[in-house]
Design a protein around this ligand. Structure first.
Ligand SMILES: Cc1cc2nc3c(=O)[nH]c(=O)nc-3n(C[C@H](O)[C@H](O)[C@H](O)COP(=O)(O)OP(=O)(O)OC[C@H]3O[C@@H](n4cnc5c(N)ncnc54)[C@H](O)[C@@H]3O)c2cc1C
Length: 387
């Protein structure tokens, strides 16, 4: 059993770690507080080829293995989880296009998405439907060789930068079961009727925008139907969320790693009663607990990622890793905050941001409670084995 990274993965991780320490860590707190868009960091990520993480090499991307993919999200989130959001939904969408797009769609979009010249996101959620995607109300009516889309999407990450924006719609609103009438349409940013109507205020996950998007009589040619066949939209979206869950698990590990580093540093430096607080057993217990949670979340995330690299179907594994790692991130951020005492509640210390960013990990790419149901059903049906 070998738990070590190979040379290529280690080099990739070290390059990213260096980038994060140089370009993200020094500015994260101020830029987050001011709401400034991290344009320079985006440019740096383009130079590193990170927008091509999920784009196959033949289309100009890195075609990264899944463990390297996880390492990228871990390292960036150690610096600032909001930045990982810029790459996250972009990568889910690239993965979906590469896996399900027609040859024309891949040739049209993937090379520019790989360099970051174009960016993307994914528009599934609506004001009245998140988990229950079959309950969406957005429709696309066929009109000659076009589709005409009407509806509202909610919480769309990267909405102001996405071109194209893949949108989940009902092409046959009367279909039963509903997913048979659902499709994905690739909507170019300059299409008339597509409007980003507002940025939604958030607890954390700043640095990337999450928006409401309204589509009013948006007309797209039928060549923009993902894969060229109606009725596959749910399956296309859900299969792409498999990698999305690895990305959220890895972001959670990054948050937990930073919580560990901040807690350790503070416990060494802060004194009380004439000694470093790290000498108190109560603080030591919390540090040990953070370390155990962090390392177990990391191993589980790499395990799920490496299963995917083995070509094994891994929606159960990625779901388990996402559930576990996200719960650890929240616990680690909370413990690190407690170790900081009153300063943990100050916006001048990093742990405060970790504490605000961590909860999203239990919501995004399927809430943990919903995923628990998915994992249990797969296990009960004998579709997944754990050994
Ligand atoms: C910051 C942020 C960014 C986001 N970015 C995107 C994006 O880029 N694109 C996009 O499409 N969406 C995005 N989302 C939406 C996100 O995917 C949804 O919020 C998530 O899927 C949950 O859906 P919901 O909010 O409608 O909650 P609901 O589905 O209404 O769930 C509410 C509660 O009910 C529980 N619940 C619901 N159904 C079940 C069930 N069957 N069994 C057990 N419990 C259940 C849930 O666990 C939860 O506790 C984003 C959300 C946030 C907060």
């Amino acid at each position: 059993m070998d738990f070590t990274l190979n040379d290529e993965q280690r080099l990739f991780r070290d390059t990213l770690r260096d980038f994060v320490d140089r370009e993200i860590v020094p500015v994260a707190r101020d830029w987050e507080a001011s709401g400034r868009y991290p344009t320079e960091i985006v440019e740096g990520m383009k130079q590193l080829g990170l927008f091509g993480l999920a784009v196959p090499e033949e289309h100009g991307g890195l075609g990264a293995d899944t463990v390297s993919f996880a390492l990228a999200f871990e390292e960036i989130s150690r610096g600032w989880m909001g930045i990982a959001g810029i790459l996250g939904s972009h990568s889910v969408s690239c993965f979906m296009l590469a896996r399900h797009g027609t040859e024309e769609q891949k040739a049209k979009y993937l090379p520019e998405l790989a360099t970051g010249q174009r960016r993307t996101g994914i528009a599934l959620t609506e004001p009245g439907a998140g988990t229950d995607l079959q309950g969406i109300l957005t429709t696309a009516r066929r009109d000659g060789d076009d589709y005409v889309i009407n509806g509202t999407k909610m919480w769309i990450t990267n909405a102001r930068h996405a071109d194209p924006l893949p949108v989940l719609v009902k092409t046959d609103p009367g279909a039963s079961p509903a997913h048979r009438g659902m499709s994905i349409l690739l909507v170019d940013a300059d299409t008339p009727g597509l409007e980003v109507t507002r940025d939604i205020g958030k607890l954390g996950y700043k640095g990337t925008e999450s928006c409401e998007v309204v589509l009013t009589d948006v007309r797209v040619p039928s060549s923009q139907l993902l894969g060229g066949v109606e009725g596959r939209g749910m399956q296309q979206a859900l299969s792409s969320l498999e990698t999305g869950r690895i990305n959220i698990a890895a972001r959670s590990v990054g948050i937990a790693q930073r919580a560990y580093e901040e807690a350790l540093g503070y416990a060494r430096d802060r004194t009380a009663f004439g000694q470093p607080i790290g000498d108190f057993q109560a603080v030591q217990l919390r540090i040990a607990e953070i370390a155990v949670r962090l390392q177990s979340a990391r191993l589980m995330t790499y395990w799920a990622a490496s299963r995917m690299d083995d070509g094994v179907r891994m929606d159960t594994e990625s779901g388990m890793a996402k559930i576990f790692a996200s719960e650890q991130a929240l616990a680690c951020a909370t413990d690190a905050m407690r170790i900081h005492g009153g300063y943990g509640y100050s916006t001048e210390f990093e742990v405060e941001r970790l504490y605000r960013d961590a909860p999203l990990m239990s919501i995004g790419e399927g809430t943990n409670d919903v995923l628990r149901g998915v994992v249990a059903k797969a296990l009960l049906a004998g579709k997944a084995t754990l050994r």
